[in-house]
Design a protein around this ligand. Structure first.
Ligand code: KG4
Ligand code: ZN
Length: 375
């Protein structure tokens, strides 16, 4: 049951290939939640097809919303929803428009405010969601690391909505690098978790040829595209393919779909990939923590589900004597609960808007975290 002081937000996420709806109490407690992943639809294409994603959101979101509201009716809390948190960027424009359209129409019909949420801020706010497992409640200011399929960035979070970007990837996102190399190793899209499972098979002390990580000009930037190229080179070498035509990574990767790598080589490349990516992220986070001695550490995004990365960052935090908050695995990958958590903080900051859906809620393919919504 809700008390008078409780705030209940409906939240919708549709920026990429997860359709998700949740009900979140006070920005920390998930009362009802649905996530429908489109992975199986996009996997045959080796990546997300924007038009297909938008259509699936259009088909699924109303069903998920209905289910969540019915469950809320059953709990006797549906009438107490105070607002609707919506992902309005960054992401695929068509997908964002579907979620924003459905959410703002629903809110308008009930005279409720909508709260536009930056997806990346959502990933960071996921650390505030309480689960049965008790973890450190995040404290601010904090260094935030977002590592997902589309983004890799380091920020300093002062408070909700006040976030300073320190740096980020200058080419591939960490998840993108995981996915591209996983494809080379024969795993279907998105292959990060599969690559990690393969890497776990590498024997301790086994021979792994390290993959190089490019140095960047800025201390908080990352570069992962060189890891991918080096992994392809190792794969070519391991399979004795000497007659390849030099070409783009995608063309070279295709050769391995036809002729899979020997398992030992795949395991060694997976382990080297994970080592390189985790090492680069760890180093960047350590630099940021050292330069910001007042900060705790918050991590979010799909790649934060990676077990060796979680362990490496926990170690850094402990070495630097900081607390670390990483969401449980289910809230690392895209979900609506994190949007509800971010939306709650923003609503308290007066960022709710009464949006007539006929004029359309603006969505943004690009939206730098910490900046105002682009004009
Ligand atoms: O945050 P997310 O669900 O979607 C985006 O906003 O991009 O992140 C998805 C990414 C994919 O690249 C996926 O391969 C990666 O997270 N991922 C992992 C693991 N689980 C998911 N990468 C490495 N290790 C994992 N265990
Ligand atoms: Zn995401």
């Amino acid at each position: 049951m809700l008390s008078m002081s409780d705030r209940l937000l409906l939240a919708i996420e549709s920026s990429c290939d997860e359709s998700a709806v949740a009900l979140v109490r006070n920005g920390v407690e998930v009362l009802v939640e649905r996530v429908a992943s489109q992975t199986a639809i996009h996997a045959p294409f080796g990546g997300v097809i924007p038009e297909v994603a938008a259509r699936a959101h259009h088909e699924w979101l109303p069903l998920l919303l209905n289910e969540v509201l019915q469950e809320a009716e059953g709990l006797g809390i549906a009438a107490t929803i105070e607002g609707v948190a919506l992902t309005t960027g960054p992401g695929l424009v068509g997908s964002l428009l579907v979620g924003a359209g459905i959410g703002s129409a629903w809110a308008w019909a009930r005279g409720l405010p909508v709260v536009p949420v930056n997806h990346l801020e959502g990933h960071l706010r996921a650390a505030w969601l309480r689960d049965l497992v008790e973890v450190d409640v995040p404290t601010l200011p904090a260094i935030g690391l977002v590592v997902s399929g589309g983004h890799t960035l380091l920020v300093r979070i002062e408070r909700s909505g006040v976030i300073v970007r320190l740096g980020g990837t200058i080419d591939d996102a960490a998840g993108e690098a995981f996915d591209k190399i996983a494809r080379l190793l024969g795993a279907p899209y998105p292959g990060g978790a599969a690559l990690s499972a393969l890497a776990a098979k590498a024997s301790r002390g086994g021979r792994i040829t390290p993959l190089p990580i490019a140095k960047t000009d800025q201390p908080y930037d990352f570069s992962f595209s060189g890891v991918k190229t080096a992994a392809i080179r190792q794969a070519l070498l391991a399979s004795g393919i000497t007659d390849h035509t030099p070409g783009r990574a995608a063309t070279l990767t295709r050769q391995f779909t036809e002729r899979p790598l020997p398992e030992g080589a795949a395991i060694a490349i997976a382990a080297a990939t994970e080592q390189a990516i985790v090492g680069a992220l760890r180093a960047g986070v350590q630099r940021a923590l050292r330069a910001n001695p007042d900060c705790s550490l918050i991590v979010g995004g799909g790649v934060a589900a990676n077990v060796p990365l979680r362990a490496a960052l926990a170690l850094v935090a402990s070495e630097e004597r900081r607390t670390i908050s990483v969401p449980p695995l289910k809230w690392c990958t895209d979900n609506a609960a994190m949007i509800g958590a971010a939306g709650d903080a923003l609503l308290r900051d007066g960022r709710g808007v009464y949006q007539d859906p006929s004029t359309g809620l603006e969505v943004h393919a690009q939206w730098r975290i910490g900046s105002e919504v682009p004009a």
